[in-house]
Ligand binder design. Sequence first.
Ligand code: IPE
Ligand code: IPE
Ligand code: MG
Length: 248
Amino acid sequence: MPLFRKSAPQEPEVDFTALPRHIAIIMDGNGRWAKRRGLPRTAGHAAGAETFRTIATYCKEIGLDYLTVYAFSTENWKRPAEEVSAIMKLLKKYLLEAIDQMERDRVKMAFFGDLTPLTPELRELCEQTKEISRHYEGCQVNICLNYGGRDEITRAVRFLAEQCAREGRDPASITEQDISDRLYSAGVPDPDLIIRPSGEIRTSNFLLWQSAYSEYYFTDVLWPDFSKEELHKAIASYQKRSRRFGGV
Ligand code: IPE
Ligand code: IPE
Ligand code: MG
């Protein structure tokens, strides 16, 4: 008999009765995932879209209140036109399928970002997805599309400045809440946990205002390989932390 038995890797302990209310994910690493397999980057985006579907469904199943995902940033337009157009095509495919299966999945969907540069067809699909799912209960999934944290804050500030000029409002009366209320995320609680796969340790302009006291979880796993087990690891890590919000 061997003296030491190699134990199976331990499944992280998740307390499903004390989940974070809001998890946000930077869905990164699609391109590298494809490259490692000798595939075009587009294949990575397609695989990433499948992972998103799995994780969103699972989040609803475990009773998470909010899931926010970073799908396309204000800076991602810098990529080659073919890659951008492939991502938009995948988005269309995803939205059509989501609309088709909406009554079955019953996931409430919202979009954060400036959708005006998208094609009218894509904008219409986003609108339909949002409208059909508006009354669904349970998990709300926010998809960040042409989203940038700086852009979001700039728009809020511009609105408030215009309001002061137009209505003679005293700028000194502007509160943090006024700014929060003008963000795409108005009414959604700040993310408790932000996950970034792919090994990059940066925010890349994601939820700059809302992340003031978010807990971060970084992993080297590439987004298309992200799984329920990886999500468990992130939640288990979150549950071990002490959040002080500046207090003691
Ligand atoms: C994330 O994966 C998807 C988008 C930004 C649209 P990437 O395409 O950034 O993948 P990597 O970082 O190049 O591996
Ligand atoms: C962030 O990933 C944006 C999304 C995942 C949608 P990027 O791949 O664009 O970020 P950088 O360029 O590595 O910072
Ligand atoms: Mg990337």
